[in-house]
Design a protein around this ligand. Sequence first.
Ligand code: SF4
Length: 313
Amino acid sequence: MDTVLKINNLYVGLKDMTIVKDFSLDIHKREIIGIVGESGCGKSTMLKSIVGLSDNNVSIQKGKIDFHGVSLRSMDQNQLRSIRGNKISFIFQKPDYTFDPVMKVKSQFFETVKFHTDGKANKKDCYKRSRELLEQLHFEAPDEVLESYPFELSGGMNQRIAVAMSMINEPELILADEPTSALDVSVQSQVVRTLMELRDKTGVAILMVSHNINVIASMADMVGVMYGGRMVEYGDAREVLQKSRHPYTKALLDAVPAMSQTMPESIEGAPPRFSEILQGCPFRERCPFSENKCETEPAIQGDASHWWLCHKQ
Ligand code: SF4
């Protein structure tokens, strides 16, 4: 399989505090990987670090990130900027982060293309391509949309435009940070459908993080579950979601009404703070199966198609 992005033993943190620990993942052409976890588990920090979008003072402490075999870590901000929005697109949680409010949608598409073509972009061609993308994504009046300002459109429509814009330079990888969390449930499914159609039509790989397990379940081929900065379970989506093995994944699934056969239960306790230095299993304070040996690092169980980090057999 054609590996697009390879992350190996990634650690991301702030000064001497580590937020993302020992994170590894391969994503291939045409693959959708969903990473799920509660707020503050480190999933967005991991995603932003891939293309140099980390928040202030947050940086990669160690590990490798290779895009088609080329190290993204060895690139400076200028080189990363030339890859972002071009070979790798980033979809933010809120479309406001993508758009300039005083620029028409057509100009925003044009600026995105111009930036990556040394200013040689042709307005007419760009308009045509933008229109085609909007049509592909089932916008009923693409010309009207292109002639609008973002504030004249709904949040859901703007997010779908952000998805279309993420494709204008034909990226090979889309990184999506909670792309549906600011939207109503009905609009969420439109954005999910839009992303899946893009994958089917273009073969783009998508790495998406979300706290919404239903959104991840509806589109991902592979699912990773993060807790306390670590991936604690990973594998084929059906395996992880229907035959979950890690107690945290099970608790997360039980807390989702639509996917649970029983009444939803909230997960007792709170996730660990990153300032706490955790020895052993990060979930042990909240885990109903915790025992003395959980104070030591849990070993990986399972195989490459489905693994989990837990002492429990
Ligand atoms: S290692 Fe122990 S505390 Fe951690 S999830 Fe497994 S049983 Fe629970």
